[in-house]
Design a protein around this ligand. Structure first.
Ligand code: GLN
Length: 557
């Protein structure tokens, strides 16, 4: 297979266990290259068999990220699928690398196998037995090389999800071995991220699990060029030496990835250890000095996170609060907006089922500065979400509802202010007397669930004079969408008489994209501002929400 550009490849694998923050390592390496003026793009490989993560419960796999672009994936001639929902790591890449990612850069086993099997049906392999090697591995290599052709970056980062040793990961590692053979060692390098646990009882960092996972890689014909050790504290010299000796990498190629106050510090930690120059050397790229201004600006950002002047308390009631990753882009947008205002965001995640069991707990909402009502799907925990919105309306607590959060804010308004006691979304109660939130008309014919929502970036028109317009300071914005249901225009007009304002419309299909209360900072938006928010350019809406929450609280004293 041919690499038809000068693109170099950095593969990132994980060892010992998952959840090590490989995404942050990948993005930080990309940042080191950007500091040097090299262009980068990132691919994430997800070894699971889903075609995309769109139908996954966030509790199982974290947030589903949405790109601006929607990708028409042609699995085989005549077989097309829409993909716009991708792994949450793309959010990390966008926040660090400050470029828009493309859905075709998320390669899953599901896509790879689907392609190969459909191609067999079409007749592309007539007379042949279809096998993991070479057919699956060829498809993987083809997808990776195609990703490198899209923007032809100087360096393509390819993060392989899962852990070395997982059965699903095997074909990808084999494809990597073949790519190194075909393209050469100076074009493809391997960074292995592994856990270095510390045994409290002996007060020592332990390298044995790392040795084992590297040996596993070696048994597949792969030798890491760089080992990144994830640990509580920075790796002392003797630990680096040990890893070097046992894992067959030079000591200066063992990098420390300690616990940090903010993940945005990691590029600086890597830079200090000489990782940027080392990567250039390994890839035979000219060593360039990191751009002084870019480094400084990144440093400024870190300072904002680490030296806040005050705090702001934001509640995040939701249905998937068991893990932080379910709402990672929302959390990052809140943290960044707070940091931008010299504040630290204290975030309180609460399962809304708790309010259903004990409504007395709603009282806690009176002690936060603002409420971020979250996106979601399905009936569980919904009554609790509506109770939260009602409480915010009653007590005039600043609230930003996103997608499902906006829809349920409207349900609460309909019940509590309009007096329509049975008002609901038809997603939860298909037979409701008052379908104040209803299926989008374009969705009525759609039965299949994968990749069929209203998805991707769209133009939104904001109504002048609204709080939403005040936040964006523009009448036309682009935001990203992921939904099937929407706020019913008929009921929104009814609500207008009782102090609810429609603040935004989808420019193309005219559906309602924003609502707000006339006399309180209580807003709902159908789109997802969190996906476009980046630490150095936080979402204007999140910024305004945090600012208003803090101000109103201060005023109350
Ligand atoms: N379940 C709602 C819908 O499909 C909201 C989706 C969301 O919050 N992303 O419209």
């Amino acid at each position: 297979m041919m690499n038809r550009s000068d693109t170099r490849f950095i593969f990132i694998t994980g060892g010992v266990l998952s959840g090590l923050g490989k995404g942050v390592v990948t993005a930080s390496i990309g940042k080191l290259l950007q500091f040097r003026g090299y262009t980068v793009d990132a691919v994430k490989i997800d070894p699971y068999l889903n075609v995309d993560p769109g139908t996954l419960n966030p509790v199982e796999h974290g947030e589903v990220f949405v790109c601006e672009d929607v990708w028409e994936f042609e699995a085989a001639p005549g077989y097309r699928f829409r993909i716009a929902e991708i792994d949450q790591d793309f959010g990390t890449y966008e926040r660090f690398l400050e470029i828009n990612m493309h859905p075709s850069n998320n390669i899953t086993s599901g896509q790879v196998y689907l392609s190969v099997i459909l191609k067999e049906r079409v007749g592309e392999f007539l007379g042949k037995t279809i096998q993991v090697i070479p057919h699956i591995t060829d498809e993987i290599k083809r997808r990776i090389l195609r990703a490198s052709q899209r923007l032809k970056p100087d360096v393509l980062l390819v993060e392989i999800g899962g852990t070395v040793g997982d059965i699903e990961v095997m074909p990808f590692l084999e494809a990597l071995r073949q790519l190194i053979l075909e393209l050469g060692k100076e074009v493809v390098i391997l960074v292995h991220v592994t856990l270095i646990p510390s045994l409290e009882t002996v007060g020592q960092l332990k390298t044995k699990p790392t040795q084992h996972s590297v040996r596993l890689l070696q048994s597949m014909g792969l030798q890491p060029d760089i080992i990144v050790g994830r640990s509580k504290v920075e790796l002392p010299d003797e630990v680096k030496e040990k890893i070097s000796l046992f894992c067959n990498v030079p000591k200066h190629a063992v990098a420390s990835d300690p616990d940090l106050e903010t993940p945005y510090e990691l590029p600086m930690i890597f830079e200090k250890q000489g990782l940027g120059d080392l990567i250039c050397d390994l890839l035979k790229l000219p060593r360039r000095k990191p751009d002084y201004r870019s480094l400084n600006e990144w440093g400024e950002l870190i300072k904002r996170f680490k030296e806040p002047a005050d705090r702001v308390r934001i509640a995040i009631p939701g249905k998937y609060c068991m893990i932080y990753d379910s709402y990672i882009s929302i959390i990052e947008a809140l943290r960044a907006s707070a940091a931008w205002l010299n504040l630290k965001a204290d975030l309180i995640l609460i399962e809304t089922e708790e309010f259903e069991r004990d409504p007395g707990k709603l009282e806690m909402l009176n002690h936060v500065d603002g409420i971020l009502l979250t996106p979601g799907f399905g009936a569980r925990g919904v009554e609790g979400m509506i109770m939260v919105a009602e409480q915010a309306i009653k007590e005039r607590i600043p609230l930003l509802g996103i997608c499902f959060g906006a829809q349920l804010l409207f349900v609460a308004f309909s019940r509590y202010v309009l007096g329509l006691r049975n008002a609901h979304s038809t997603e939860v109660d298909p037979n409701t007397l008052h379908p104040v939130v209803d299926l989008l008309s374009e969705q009525r014919e759609i039965g299949l669930k994968g990749g069929t929502m209203k998805l991707g970036g769209r133009l939104v028109k904001l109504v002048k004079g609204t709080k939403l317009h005040e936040a964006y300071k523009s009448e036309r914005i682009i935001e990203r969408f992921r939904h099937r249901y929407h706020i019913n225009q008929r009921y929104a007009e009814l609500a207008a008489e009782k102090g609810l304002i429609i603040s935004a419309y989808d420019e193309l299909d005219g559906t309602i994209c924003g609502i707000e209360l006339k006399d309180a900072w209580i807003l709902g938006v159908q789109f997802h501002p969190e996906f476009r928010s980046r630490p150095r350019t936080p979402s204007p809406l999140f910024l305004e929400f945090v600012k208003k929450s803090y101000k109103i609280r201060k005023k109350k004293g």
